[in-house]
Design a protein around this ligand. Structure first.
Ligand SMILES: Nc1ncnc2c1ncn2[C@@H]1O[C@H](COP(=O)(O)OP(=O)(O)OP(=O)(O)O)[C@@H](O)[C@H]1O
Length: 221
């Protein structure tokens, strides 16, 4: 299977001189389509930095990273889908408009974009709130709308950064189930960065990160 992402000797240092912070140190790894990885580490251990590098949104200061199956993913939501701790929905748009937005911005015809957005919301059990504004949604619902927005673009790789950080346990489980179902449905690799035990209890593989050093510690599939 062609890897989605491969990296070796990967490093990211912020700043220089005595103030330099080595956020990622000499990391090696690969992510494939059927990977379901919990990226586990304390606050400040380097999880977000690694995700940004893997997404192609940041440039390493050392080593190499490539996307053999993706070309150059930089910011392309059809290649790499992202879900963050805060769902970052446009407050003046309804749930379905938020989900349709990346499609519309990338030239999908309005009718098709809304049909796809409605189907994605339905798939994640959110059809009932499709016409509501973000303010009218619970935290868990808003986060699942962000997952539906990813589902609608059918990316090859799905990256989530602390997606359960601000919601209760029940909602967290629903969000994780939605992320996993989305990855399964579109055939995407999945990496969820978190220090929430629910995340690493739910996903079969584990990468541990400590002071910027990444180790594969969980079961391999
Ligand atoms: N833009 C930046 N400039 C300077 N230092 C940074 C920058 N981004 C991250 N860092 C530093 O790099 C290290 C790793 O940060 P990172 O955000 O990747 O950790 P994290 O594990 O995602 O933490 P959290 O769980 O709190 O989000 C930290 O020491 C952080 O202060």
């Amino acid at each position: 299977m062609t890897a989605l992402v491969e990296f070796a000797g990967l490093g990211r240092t912020f700043g220089s001189g005595p103030q330099a912070v080595v956020a990622i140190h000499d990391a090696m790894g690969a992510i494939e389509q059927d990977d379901r990885i919990a990226l586990v580490g304390r606050s400040g251990s380097g999880k977000s930095t690694l995700l940004w590098l893997v997404a192609g949104l940041d440039t390493p200061t050392h080593g190499t990273i490539s996307w053999p199956a993706l070309g150059r993913p930089k910011g392309d939501p059809f290649l790499v889908g992202t879900v963050f701790q805060v769902p970052s929905l446009v407050p003046t748009l309804t749930a379905v408009e938020n989900v349709a937005l990346p499609l519309l911005l990338h030239g999908v015809a309005e009718r098709d974009a809304f049909a796809t957005a409605d189907a994605a919301l339905e798939r994640i059990d959110l059809a009932a709130v499709a016409r509501q504004l973000p303010d009218e949604l619970s935290g868990g619902q808003a986060q699942r709308v962000a997952v539906a927005r990813v589902l609608a673009t059918r990316p090859r790789l799905l990256l989530a950064d602390e997606p359960t950080g601000r919601i209760d346990r029940h909602a967290a489980r629903e969000v994780l189930d939605a992320l996993r179902a989305t990855a399964d449905e579109v055939g995407a690799g999945l990496v969820v960065a978190s220090h929430d035990p629910l995340v690493y209890d739910t996903l079969p593989q584990r990468w541990t990160i400590s002071d910027g050093r990444v180790a594969v510690t969980g079961a391999l599939r």
